[in-house]
Design a protein around this ligand. Structure first.
Ligand code: TYD
Ligand code: MG
Length: 473
């Protein structure tokens, strides 16, 4: 007789533990372990009784061969198609992950409607909302007339059986994977085992039928239900839908894509009539600039293949706390610490008695190290109360030695800046100049100290960058 040991699975990352503990060793999250029964498929031991099944023979295929026509189908929503790499791939499974309420259902309802309007079969399975609620949303979005096929179902067996009948759907949306369940596993919907097993069944359905399947996955903080990470490795593509709750901008980012680029972003705006595409994100991110204020710098960034200009805002103010605050929104906290350390070590700036706040305007999250120079310029500008020229863009990577290093795609950044009416660019010039560089006034910068001196020289009298004693009064 084989004794079944209980298994504790982390609801965040899926790591398995033989006993309960407070912290998951796999991902470091607290309080996310839950006891789950083993499914027949995953981790089952051969000691269960039945003799091992004899394998079935299958044919091996060459790399070349006839592919079914039109392997991709574009949704018609350009920002979405950009992120998927040109449309949904036949027989592929895509995971759309995001915080609850960010707009996943809205975007996918719009995508399903756009496809259905062109005569493709699009099916929307909602496990969270009743049919009437989905209809209500569609009405509000003005797309209720589109022939999307709708159901409120949660049993994956029923869903697969229904979808296998008749014409193969081109697009199947399952909203959300955390509400789906299968009879094969005896744990509650939303647990790691259920999420994995149901995802596996839907993946098998997609590969067999050729339908493109989109799974919606809620990102969860508290580990009550399994997060999308437990299926990330099983699906073909993962898109993450992000945004700050207080902003109406939403960013769709491709995190993993077996059939296209990653790091590409799509920008949307949440309006009363659903998500609207933002074709030119730079214009949007710069639309509410506070010209002439100290502490803001425009960063010429690249998101995927597209240049995006954003405003980086900094506030450096004397602190009344023993340990001054360092707060950052939209940028990496450790990158900020590094830039501050370089400013202190190489540029003679003392920030030990100052609170530092850094914010990327518009709710964008910047991941590039190229933002170092813009962040440093904004910080120094705030400290020195010296507004930066309104028509300048900044980019470049700061190294620990205080040097400023060139970054990739300078020409694309400059071109976008010029298009938006900027007249000068502050950046480290690459060793080989690109012949196609546009005619912007170039202010090359090689060290952070030179940039700081330049900004300080422009500053208003009364607040200095170097003498920290003057700041104290
Ligand atoms: P939803 O798509 O339901 O989010 P998710 O599926 O990711 O949980 O979107 C929910 C939010 O979007 C809700 O707070 C209301 C807002 N919203 C609008 O502002 N305009 C709209 O037209 C719609 C449909 C939703
Ligand atoms: Mg939803």
């Amino acid at each position: 007789m084989s004794r079944r040991n209980p298994t504790f699975l982390c609801q965040n990352c899926g790591a398995s533990h033989s006993r309960w503990q407070g912290k998951c060793d796999g991902c470091g999250e607290w309080n996310t372990l839950a006891e789950e029964g083993q499914s027949a498929g995953i981790g089952a031991r051969a000691a269960g009784g039945k003799p091992p099944r004899k394998g079935r023979l299958f044919a091996l295929e060459p790399l070349t061969g006839a592919a079914p026509d039109a392997p991709r189908i574009a949704s018609g929503i350009a920002e979405l198609d950009r992120v998927t790499g040109g449309g949904f791939v036949r027989g592929s499974v895509l995971l759309m992950a995001g915080d609850p309420g960010i707009g996943k259902s809205t975007l996918l309802t719009q995508a399903a409607a756009a496809l259905a309007r062109r005569g493709e079969r699009a099916v929307y399975i909602s496990g969270e909302e009743a049919v009437a609620q989905v209809r209500l949303r569609a009405e509000r979005l003005g797309i209720a007339a589109a022939p999307v096929e709708l159901a409120a179902e949660t049993s994956v067996e029923d869903i697969v059986a229904t979808l296998s009948e008749g014409r193969t759907p081109r697009l199947v949306i399952v909203d959300s994977i955390q509400t789906m369940w299968t009879d094969m596993v005896d744990s509650a919907p939303g647990t790691v085992t259920q999420v994995r097993s149901t995802a596996q069944m839907l993946i098998r359905f997609a590969k067999r039928s050729g339908a493109a399947v989109i799974l919606v996955g809620h990102v969860t903080k508290d580990g009550q239900i399994a997060g999308p990470r437990v299926v990330e490795h099983m699906v073909d593509a993962v898109m993450s839908f992000e945004g700050e709750g207080s902003h109406q901008f939403r960013i769709l980012r491709s995190v993993k894509n077996r059939f296209g680029p990653t790091d590409e972003i799509g920008v949307f705006e949440m309006t009363g009539l659903g998500l609207r595409e933002v074709a030119n994100p730079s214009e949007l991110f710069l639309s509410e600039r506070d010209l002439g204020a100290a502490g803001t710098a425009v960063f010429a960034g690249i998101e995927g293949t597209r240049p995006v200009l954003v405003e980086i805002q900094a506030l450096v103010a004397p602190s009344s706390l023993g340990t001054p605050r360092r707060a950052v929104v939209g940028w990496d906290q450790s990158r900020l610490s590094m830039v501050l350390a370089v400013l202190e070590a190489h540029c003679g700036i003392r920030l030990g008695g100052h609170d530092v706040y850094l914010n990327v305007a518009g709710g964008l999250r910047v991941h590039e190290p190229a933002a170092d120079v813009a962040a440093a310029a904004a910080l120094v500008s705030s400290l020195a109360n010296s507004p930066l020229p309104a028509d300048a863009v900044y980019f470049g990577e700061v190294s620990l030695s205080g040097a400023v290093r060139p970054v990739a795609q300078a020409a694309a950044r400059l071109k976008e800046a010029q298009k938006l009416g900027f007249a000068r660019a502050v950046f480290p010039e690459p060793s080989q100049k690109d012949a196609s560089e546009p005619a912007l006034a170039v202010e090359p910068v090689t060290t952070l100290a030179a940039l700081v001196a330049d900004i300080a020289a422009r500053g208003r009298p009364g607040r200095g960058v170097h003498p920290p004693a003057e700041e104290a009064d």
